[in-house]
Each structure stands twice: as C-alpha cells, then as structure tokens.
Design a protein around this ligand. Structure first.
Ligand code: PLP
Length: 451
C-alpha cells in the first residue's frame, strides 16, 4: 500500500471501518492501522532518558569548530593552526606498524586466522602490560586483573555503570568532560545551575592549590582523578596521591584513576600508576590508553585495571568483588579489540617499541617546552608541559575572548578553559600535539598578536 497516495481523512475513516467490522473478530484496529500507516501514529510508548536533557546543549569542541569555521569563511585564505584539540599528529611507531602488518598477514591464512578473541584481551598483551607497566615499577598487578578495551574514553564512561545511582561523586573542575557527562546521563546529578550540576562534589583545581585538589571535607563515594591532568597538565606528588588513597580508605570510597598521559612523566619522583602508592590496590581502579603513548587515537586500544581484592557493598552490606562485576559487564557488552591492534599494542613493549614511543613522547614534550617558555616570556604563569603534553595558561581574563583574539589576530586555535568547568575560566589550554613547524609558527604569531 502506498502511503503517499492516501487522502487526508482516509486513515481515520479506515480505522472507523476496522473498528466496526473487525472488533468482533478480536483484531485491534489501531494495531492494524499502525502497521499500515506508521507515519500517522507517533508511538506514545517509547520515551527518552530525560537525564540526557540535563546535558549542556553544546560540546566544547563543537563550539570551537563553529568559531573556527566562521573565521575561515570570513577569510578563506587565512592560515589557521590548531593547538586546541588533543589529538596526536605523528605516525605510529615502526615497531607497531610491523606488528600490525604481521598480524594482518596471519589473518590472511587459514592456519593462523583468528575470529573472536578473549573479551578481556589476549594474554600476550595483558602479560606485557602487567610486567612492563606494573611489576617493573614495583606494583603487583596480575595479567587477569587487566581488561583490554578500545579506548580510555569508553572505559571512563562505562565504569560508572557498575555502581549505585545514589553515590556521592567527586569530580575535578576543570575536567575531561567524559567523567561528568556520563554521570549526568546515568542520572546521578540534578540540573545544572550556574554551570554546575547539583549533587556533584566539585574538586576545584586552582592556581592556589597548583591545580591539584586535596580530598574534600565531606565524605564521597566515587572519586575521579586524572594525572598527568587534562586540561591543566598538573601532576600529583606521591604525598598528594597518598592523601587521596588514605581518604578513600577512611571513607570506604573508590578512586577512578585516569593515567592516559602517563607516558609523558619525566620527573622520577612522580608516580606513573596509582598502584605505586601503598594500599591503592584496595581503593583504586586505573585506566590507561595507547592513544597518547603510541599514537593510537585512530587505532584504538586501552586498558582498565581492577585488582581482584577490590570490593564494594550491595544495599544489604554484602561485599562484591568489582572485578567480577566489570568482567560480567565487559563480556556482555564488548567483544574485544581486534587481533592486529592488540599485536600492535604489544609491540609497544618490545625493545624497539619502548625506544620509539619514548622518542615520540619526547618530541611532543619538546613542543610543550617551547610553548611553555614562549608563554612565560609573554608574562603568563603556566602549569604543565614538563610531564604532560598540555600547557595550562593563566591568562587572567575571559577565556573565550582570549580564544577569539588569538583566532582572529594570530590564526591560532587554543582551547578556552571555561569549556572544562567553572575553575577553567581565566585560563586556556595549549596542546603540544602538532608538528614542530606549526608550533614555532603559532608561537611567533601569538607573540606578535599580543604585542
Ligand atoms: N582520558 C583523558 C584524560 C583524555 O584526555 C583522553 C583523550 O583525550 C582519554 C581519556 C581518551 O583516550 P582514548 O583515546 O583511549 O579513548
């Protein structure tokens, strides 16, 4: 039946006829007509998750893209250098490329072809991680406490699913938006008021605390921490991390420790993992990624660590291992990272892979130093850039206005701090992920624009 040829009123007349003729036969005329004329029956049953309507209307990088597009449209010939978004620019290390090719060849032969792999990840990768990222640093993490995934973003967003809805959640400000938005989506917050969500305990990261917040005075259950930090580039000392572990123990809270930028740590006093802190196995989950370590933003591989000893209670007070809960969630909703990608990630831990990824991070840190020095020379106080690829610049004025000034006068895109939270106002983030040439050109242009 062609719906487009139906005249106005025909549907309701048809329903009436069905109602008269078919009701006696046990046929629901509305069901029949919905089947034939679906566009005439907006479905009254399906409803949205209204927590999504609490999310701020626009995403930071969408706002930035709009302003950049408008600037480019006004002056199509203008050269614009993007030091805003934190995506890598350099190609994959040769060791990873060689492993990808070899694994792809394995997939081409019946004898070595692989279908679904273990949901938790191949043992060869989990063993390499357990040894190089943990044992070698004196941390006790077993391979089967590691879950391989296709991104730290998904892990940061998904992990909250295994916790109760009425938890008290502590989130830094400024923050990588995923921690906050996924808790909003889940319904752990009220509506935003003055840029902050009701029900969240905000951990202010300010110049006064060197952008490393101390544990709050009030008890909370779930704490998001990220060091080296995005966006501030700050790192926490061992003593500061130990204070958080101690707080979590006292309040029986759990720390979600995002160390996606661990590869940039150069100061030997700074912990690469929360598990370097005594007692952290009992209170922390750690999330890491190959995105920035080895340029995997487009290749996709990350991992999440849940010690088997880590537990949380149900409402009756019975303890449940979180490892088992996450394993259930992971194996129900995820079918594993592709074999060639896991081989490429494992190549990061070979001798060549380690040298090459170190050189990659050194390259970005070289950019970061140039940015930090140049901005300091212009009189700004800066954090980050020494153990992180981000430089957080205290501009002491409206961050969107400063963004517009640099975009229009220098053709350089930075990230306005206000987009990361209330405490981000008065700051901008500059990313070191770019070519050396672009970084030096951008810095010359910024210096000229601010003269
Ligand atoms: N965590 C932080 C703090 C990040 O800044 C990012 C990416 O920018 C991620 C996680 C996401 O990493 P992935 O590419 O593994 O999803």
């Amino acid at each position: 039946m062609n719906e487009r040829r139906i005249q106005p009123g025909a549907v309701s007349k048809w329903i009436l006829r069905c109602a008269q003729n078919d009701r006696t036969m046990g046929i629901n005329p509305v069901d029949v007509s919905r089947q034939h004329f679906p566009s005439h029956f907006p479905n009254p049953m399906i409803r949205i998750n209204e927590h999504y309507t609490k999310l701020k209307a626009s995403y930071l990088f969408v706002d930035i893209a709009k302003r950049v597009a408008a600037c480019q449209q006004a002056d199509p010939g203008k050269s614009i250098i993007r030091l805003g978004i934190g995506d890598v620019t350099e190609p994959l290390p040769p060791a990873c490329i060689a492993a990808l090719h070899a694994a792809t060849d394995e997939m081409a032969r019946r004898e070595t072809f692989r279908g679904y792999g273990p949901e938790q990840g191949y043992a060869f990768l989990r063993e390499a991680i357990a040894w190089h990222d943990y044992s070698a640093r004196g941390c006790f993490i077993e391979p089967d406490e590691i879950f391989i995934s296709d991104g730290a973003k998904c892990d940061c967003g998904n992990i909250q699913e295994i916790f109760a809805i009425d938890l008290r959640v502590a989130i830094p400000d400024p923050v990588y938006p995923v921690y906050l938005d996924t808790n909003v989506m889940a319904g752990r917050t009220g509506h935003p008021r003055d840029g902050r969500y009701e029900g969240i305990v905000y951990l202010d990261s300010t110049p006064a605390n060197g952008y490393v917040p101390a544990p709050p005075a009030t008890p909370v259950d779930l704490i998001y921490l990220c060091f080296p930090n995005n966006p501030t580039g700050a790192v926490a000392t061992r003593a500061q991390l130990a204070a958080w572990v101690d707080y979590a123990k006292r309040h029986r809270a759990l720390i979600l420790f995002d160390s996606a930028y661990e590869t940039f740590i150069r100061d030997p006093q700074i912990s690469h993992s929360i598990y370097e802190i005594e007692g952290a196995r009992d209170v922390a989950i750690e999330i890491r990624s190959f995105s920035k370590t080895a340029g995997f933003t487009g290749t996709r591989c990350a991992y999440l660590v849940i010690p088997k000893t880590l537990t949380a209670n149900d409402s009756a007070g019975n303890a449940h291992p979180l490892h088992g809960l996450w394993n259930r969630r992971h194996s129900t909703k995820f079918n594993g990272v592709s074999y060639p990608v896991q081989r490429a990630a494992a190549a990061v831990y070979t001798d060549d892979g380690r040298k090459q990824t170190r050189a990659l991070a050194d390259f970005y840190l070289g950019n970061a130093k140039l940015i930090r020095d140049a901005m300091a020379k212009l009189g700004f106080s800066c954090s980050g850039g020494d153990n992180a690829p981000y430089i957080w610049i205290n501009i002491g004025r409206d961050s969107w206005q400063f963004f517009d000034l640099l975009l229009n006068k220098a053709g350089v895109v930075v990230t306005p701090g206000a987009g990361f939270g209330r405490c981000g106002e008065g700051h901008v983030r500059i990313s070191a992920f770019n070519s050396r040439e672009n970084v030096t050109t951008a810095l010359d242009r910024i210096a000229a624009a601010l003269k």
